[in-house]
Design a protein around this ligand. Structure first.
Ligand SMILES: *Cc1c(COP(=O)(O)O)cnc(C)c1O
Length: 450
């Protein structure tokens, strides 16, 4: 079967995520036959360097031999068992490992099966905690502008990307949106830290005013990924933690995208030395192999639900594939690699190479900024560099970069006008330089068109 055959059969029945299907009348779908390390191969034998870790999930390359071996063994041992009334080895081992690695005090692990479900779990737990503790006025959530927490209705409600959210607004619970500390908007000559600190005043004001009715603040630590890889200083997390304590509000850290080394530390929260009340993990959790999520929380929160059955305080939330044995086993194998290969330390060299390779792009007349946080690097294209006027989104300039990169054998998937690298950690320095070259060519093309 050729690419063309698979495309025809696909388009006859599949409805793809995050896609205007009509685009595929002129934008070819790419059927992938196999993956090996950072490389993907289609049915014509064309290869693509995966610069975005296949939707930010993959950590150690496709078909990683160590994760594959662990999964094959698990597959022959136990494929699934419900987690209510039953337990299994990988779920226990993974809960032990995660609670040991997470910021101190997060000793309880509740599993879900994808990122959005982790957010739903954290939201429900926070609300329910306050109910169980007698704070029945608390029923609202605070979120940052331009934040993203997933696509299910609860997760969508606490996010703020208009493209995904606007149409569904009438179906969503009301949330309180506070302007983001996104350093892209700092004043000329102002440091990111100073700007972040200044922007916190808006959060402080909101929490002081609304504390009585607020359950929790949700935040993507350090990088708003889906919002265009926008970044801010760790000082925000520190200030937010202190304010949440002052006003009796939970802090929900959504590390679904930034967890597992993306920002340079295993968890982004480490950079502010804070412990959230809920830590949501997914995406890289299984090394990018299987759908799984985990919500880590404190003993205090756990204890608010722990009571006689008839008091109806239990958290009765569940998903059929919660704590899936294969997912947990993949996660354990991935954590082994972190340990055995000293990945966090080794990544510092890769991050430095990413910086070095992309830095020259900052001088491009249509690049406003090259920014980086650990293993995430973003290049923001603009129409007018002097006053940072963005290209109108409907011009779809990122798509020009996407198509050019594919021709050169690179999978880049810009978010609007933002081109970013979030590669698997097995990428080589040479491959990083190749990525930067291709991105630069793409930006030349995109800014010259129209
Ligand atoms: C991807 C993502 C989610 C949602 O996870 P899914 O598994 O896609 O439901 C939530 N929060 C953040 C920050 C994400 O990047």
């Amino acid at each position: 079967m050729s690419n063309t055959d698979w495309i025809a059969r696909d388009l006859a029945h599949l409805w793809h995520p995050c896609t205007q299907m009509k685009d595929h009348e002129w934008l070819p779908l790419i059927p992938i036959r196999r993956g090996q390390g950072v490389w993907l191969e289609d049915f014509s034998g064309r290869r693509y360097l995966d610069a975005i870790s296949s939707w930010w999930v993959n950590l150690f390359g496709h078909c990683n031999p160590r994760i594959n071996a662990a999964l094959k063994e698990q597959l022959d041992t136990l494929e699934h068992i419900l987690l209510a009334g039953f337990s299994h080895e990988p779920a226990v081992l993974l809960a032990e490992r995660l609670t040991a690695l997470a910021p101190k005090g997060l000793d309880r692990c509740f599993y879900g099966d994808n990122g959005s479900s982790a957010i739903e779990i954290a939201i429900k737990m926070s609300y329910h905690y306050w109910r169980n503790r007698g704070y029945s006025a608390k029923r609202r959530f605070v979120t940052l502008s331009n934040s993203y927490h997933g696509e299910t209705l609860g997760a969508l409600a606490v996010g703020d990307v208009p493209l995904y959210k606007d149409i569904y607004q009438p179906l969503l619970m009301e949330t309180i949106t506070v302007p983001s500390p996104d350093c892209f908007y700092r004043a000329a000559g102002e440091s990111c830290r100073a700007y972040t600190e200044r922007r916190f005043a808006l959060m402080e004001e909101t929490l002081a005013r609304e504390a009585e009715t607020v359950c929790a603040v949700l935040i993507e630590p350090l990088v708003q990924c889906a919002g265009g890889m926008r970044m801010y200083d760790p000082i925000y997390l520190d200030l937010l933690r202190k304010a949440c304590d002052r006003y009796q509000i939970h802090l929900i850290a959504d590390e679904i995208a930034v967890g597992f080394g993306r920002t340079g530390t295993l968890f982004a929260c480490e950079q502010a030395h804070i412990r959230p009340d809920f830590l949501c993990l997914s995406k890289g959790l299984t090394g990018g192999y299987l759908p799984l999520s985990a919500v880590l929380t404190t003993e205090d929160i756990y204890q608010a639900f722990y009571d006689e059955y008839h008091t109806q305080r239990a958290f009765l939330h569940s998903h059929s594939y919660t704590g899936h044995p294969l997912g947990c086993r993949a996660a354990l194998a991935s954590l082994d690699i972190f340990e055995q290969d000293q990945v966090i330390v080794a990544n510092r060299d890769l991050a430095a190479t990413m910086h070095e390779a992309a830095a020259p792009l900052a001088d491009h007349p249509h690049v406003a900024e090259v920014r980086q946080q650990g293993m995430i690097l973003a290049i923001e294209m603009v129409k007018d560099k002097a006053n940072r006027t963005p290209y109108p989104l409907e011009e779809r300039r990122g798509l020009v970069v996407y198509q050019h990169a594919l021709q050169r054998g690179v999978l880049l998937r810009p978010l609007g006008n933002v081109i970013y690298f979030m590669p698997p950690y097995v990428i080589t320095e040479e491959e990083i330089h190749f990525l930067a070259t291709v991105a630069g060519e793409g930006i030349d093309l995109a800014s010259a068109s129209h």
